[in-house]
Write a protein that binds this ligand. Structure first.
Ligand SMILES: NC(=O)c1ccc[n+]([C@@H]2O[C@H](COP(=O)([O-])OP(=O)(O)OC[C@H]3O[C@@H](n4cnc5c(N)ncnc54)[C@H](O)[C@@H]3O)[C@@H](O)[C@H]2O)c1
Length: 252
């Protein structure tokens, strides 16, 4: 594996499991120092320990990404310990699908808090620290749902479409400071979180509709995140990259 991220300091939200954890592992394998932030503090610590066992530098932070203070705490600590801050991956989310009339104030607040407010606060706090380090890269994990109308997914589709808009505007504002902002739009990737919302029957239908004939793996998303975090994408900003096996383009 290339050491494309050597010397870089990264914070990954929702890093304790699923796509976030795979991104932490990939970034560590490419030489980055990892801050791993998750509301499941014990799981975050376990994941960070496993990275340290593999020889990486990794620190776990417990906190709720919906709160600005969570980012301030983690980013300030990374800057204090490692002297810089280069990469932020906004990945954490809490999701429930359901019919429009079943949306409650609680589920709306939790989905927008974890999926949208978090990206705003992460961008605000992370970009200020990146500017102090001479530039950086923000990678927002959006979704193919940001382009689609998924049944019973009004809030999720809205949150992810919002992240795509936010990504474009932040790229325009932050480009002059050498900070790039891009989004990844995964298709279906089997993770702990997805198992709550998608049953095996739905999975089989999605595979049948996917030109590349399989669901995504967490490593597919981590590889794209690594490209966008690294200098290999140094002239790419404001972009939304579908990593979905072609399913979004397949009108079958
Ligand atoms: N898995 C897929 O099929 C898929 C498809 C498209 C987009 N995505 C996106 O990829 C990202 C990761 O998805 P996943 O399937 O790995 O999710 P997951 O549910 O498996 O993991 C999410 C992680 O976020 C953490 N988290 C939840 N609420 C939090 C909070 N308030 N503060 C801090 N951490 C919190 C959880 O503890 C968990 O570790 C999400 O943004 C999701 O929308 C996933």
């Amino acid at each position: 594996m290339q050491a494309r991220l050597k010397g870089k300091v990264a914070l990954v939200t929702g890093g304790a499991q699923g796509i976030g954890r795979a991104i932490c592992e990939r970034f560590a394998a490419e030489g980055a120092t990892i801050g791993l932030l998750d509301i499941k503090g014990e799981n975050a610590e376990q994941a960070a320990r496993s990275l340290r066992d593999q020889g990486a530098q990794a620190v776990a932070y417990a906190g709720d990404v919906a709160q600005r203070a969570t980012f301030e705490n983690a980013v300030q600590d990374l800057e204090r310990q490692f002297g810089r801050f280069d990469i932020l991956v906004n990945n954490a989310i809490w999701v429930r699908y359901g019919p429009i009339d079943a949306i409650t104030p609680e589920t709306l607040a939790r989905m927008t808090g974890t999926g949208f407010h978090s990206v705003v606060w992460g961008t605000q706090v992370g970009a200020a620290a990146m500017a102090r380090s001479g530039g950086g890269s923000i990678v927002n994990i959006a979704s193919a749902a940001g382009f689609l109308g998924i049944p019973s997914g009004m809030v999720y589709c809205g949150v992810k479409a919002g992240v795509l808009g936010l990504t474009r505007s932040a790229a325009v504002d932050l480009g002059p400071q050498g900070i790039r902002v891009n989004a990844i739009c995964p298709g279906s990737v089997v993770t702990e979180g997805v198992r709550i919302n998608v049953n095996p029957d739905m999975e089989a239908k999605r595979i049948a509709r996917t030109p590349l004939g399989r669901l995504g793996q967490v490593g597919d998303i981590a590889a794209a995140a690594s490209f966008l975090a690294s200098d290999d994408s140094s002239f790419v900003t404001g972009e939304s990259l579908l990593v979905d096996g072609g399913v979004t383009h397949a009108l079958l």
